[in-house]
Design a protein around this ligand. Structure first.
Ligand SMILES: [Zn+2]
Length: 201
């Protein structure tokens, strides 16, 4: 199954791959996963190569900053006069950067499954629904701390379970619960059947 891997930007630059990767794990050891896939452009307005926040409107369209552009795309472009074709070509070229290598688990910040759709039977009919219970790790810009982001497709039992966490907060804006990133809470979530979508060093 394809997953999105977010790896440390320092290592991504050293490996010369985008720090967001869409790939499949083909082998796994205790310390690393072998990933085959390709780069993807981050959706949060950061540079696909170095992870820095993009400021120029042209760079935002491309999803990569001017200093990093030359690493993968040779074409000279003028950010002020980008055509739709240029934007598409460059984005495609960045997303064509191949990843085919071992990646240490310790540098993977977050990996999330893309496809949670499952066939379920409802009122005697088979329908495809997004069914998931997932926990990812997010960093808060407010206090620079890691938090667990808890998301699930609605079911009453899971909701009751999440409400038993000693500390948790619901964000209606993100449709997610947040809790401190500690092993006690993580173990509780595992017990509730959540998929943990990140590795801890
Ligand atoms: Zn950059």
């Amino acid at each position: 199954m394809n997953q999105i891997f977010v790896i440390s930007t320092r290592i991504a630059r050293a490996m010369n791959v985008p720090y967001n990767i869409n790939g499949v794990i083909t082998k796994e050891s205790d310390k690393a996963v072998y990933v085959k896939g390709n780069g993807i452009i981050p959706k949060d307005g950061r540079c696909a190569r170095c992870g820095r926040k993009l400021t120029h409107p042209g760079s935002k369209l491309l999803g990569i900053g001017p200093e990093c552009l030359g690493s993968w795309v040779t074409r000279d472009v003028i950010l002020e006069t980008l055509t739709e074709d240029q934007v598409k070509t460059i984005r495609d070229e960045v997303e064509a950067v191949k990843v085919d290598q071992w990646i240490p688990k310790s540098i993977i910040k977050n990996f999330a499954e893309i496809d949670f759709s499952k066939k379920v039977v409802e009122d005697g009919k088979t329908v495809v629904k997004e069914v998931f219970k997932k926990v990812s790790l997010v960093r808060s810009a407010k206090d620079d701390m890691n938090y667990l982001k808890i998301e699930f497709s609605f079911d009453r039992e899971t909701l009751q379970n999440v409400k038993t966490l000693p500390i948790r907060k619901y964000s209606p804006e993100n449709k997610a619960w947040y809790a401190p990133a500690n092993t006690k809470i993580l173990d509780m979530l595992k017990g509730f059947g959540f998929d943990i979508l990140f590795s801890i060093n």
